[in-house]
Design a protein around this ligand. Structure first.
Ligand SMILES: CC(C)(COP(=O)(O)OP(=O)(O)OC[C@H]1O[C@@H](n2cnc3c(N)ncnc32)[C@H](O)[C@@H]1OP(=O)(O)O)[C@@H](O)C(=O)NCCC(=O)NCCS
Length: 183
C-alpha cells in the first residue's frame, strides 16, 4: 500500500502520543487482552510509560492520511539491563554485556489489520532502526507465535535463546538479535 507516511518521535512527545498508542494497542491486542492478563491495556500502558520516559526512547508511527495504522518503538538498553535477566539459555557472558550504547531494544511493533501484509510493518521496522548507531538490536517474540518469529527471521533476525521476563504472567519468548547498521 503506497503512501504510508512514517513520522518520527522521541520521549519529548511521549505524553501527547500516549492516548493514540494505547488506542492502537487496544485494537490490535483486543482478543489476547480478553484472556491474557499480560496483554491488558493497563499492563501495556505501564510498560509504555517505563520505556517512553527514557531519554533514548524513539518511536515511529505510520499514517495513511490522518489515520495512524501502526507503530514501533524502542530504546537503547542501559548497562546491566534487566532485559537479559530472564534469559534461560546459556550464552557467553560477553553476549549479554551491555554498555548503554551497544544494543537498541525494539520493544513493540504492531500494525492494524487492514494494513497487514502491505509492507507497512517492515517499513516501520526499518524506519525505527535505520541510522541507529548501536552495533545490534534485540527483540522478544512470544514462542506461541511461530509465524511472527519466522517473519523476523526472514527480516534477518537470529535467535539467541529462550527468555522469560521476570514479571508476573510473562510468557516464554525467543530472544532475537539483529546486526546494525541495517542492511
Ligand atoms: C507482527 C506484525 C506487525 C507483522 O505484520 P505483517 O508484516 O503485515 O505480517 P502479518 O500480519 O501477515 O503476520 C505474519 C504472520 O504472523 C501471524 N501473526 C501476526 N501476529 C500474530 C500474533 N500476535 N499471534 C499469532 N500470529 C500472529 C499472521 O497471522 C501471519 O500469518 P499468515 O502468514 O499465516 O497469515 C502484525 O502481524 C501485527 O501487528 N501483529 C500483532 C502484534 C504483534 O504480534 N506484534 C509483534 C510483537 S513481537
Amino acid at each position: 500500500m503506497p503512501g504510508i507516511d512514517v513520522r518520527h518521535f522521541t520521549h519529548l512527545q511521549a505524553a501527547e502520543l500516549r492516548p493514540l498508542l494505547l488506542d492502537v494497542y487496544a485494537e490490535v491486542y483486543a482478543d489476547e487482552a480478553k484472556s491474557d492478563p499480560f496483554a491488558s491495556v493497563e499492563r501495556f500502558g505501564a510498560g509504555l510509560d517505563g520505556w517512553s520516559r527514557r531519554e533514548g526512547w524513539t518511536c515511529v508511527i505510520g499514517y495513511d492520511g490522518d489515520q495512524a495504522v501502526g507503530y514501533a518503538y524502542g530504546a537503547p538498553l542501559p548497562a546491566r539491563a534487566p532485559w537479559w535477566g530472564g534469559l534461560l539459555s546459556t550464552v557467553p557472558e560477553d553476549v549479554v554485556a551491555e554498555t548503554g550504547t551497544r544494543t537498541y531494544a525494539l520493544s513493540e511493533l504492531m500494525v492494524r489489520v487492514p494494513w497487514r501484509k502491505t509492507g507497512t510493518a517492515r517499513q516501520l521496522h526499518d524506519a525505527l532502526l535505520a541510522g541507529r548507531l548501536e552495533e545490534r538490536a534485540t527483540l522478544l517474540v512470544d514462542q506461541s507465535h511461530p509465524k511472527v518469529h519466522a517473519l523476523y527471521a526472514s527480516w534477518g533476525w537470529t535467535t539467541l535463546g529462550d527468555l522469560r521476563p521476570r514479571i508476573p504472567d510473562a510468557p516464554l519468548f525467543h530472544a532475537m538479535l539483529l546486526d546494525l547498521p541495517l542492511r
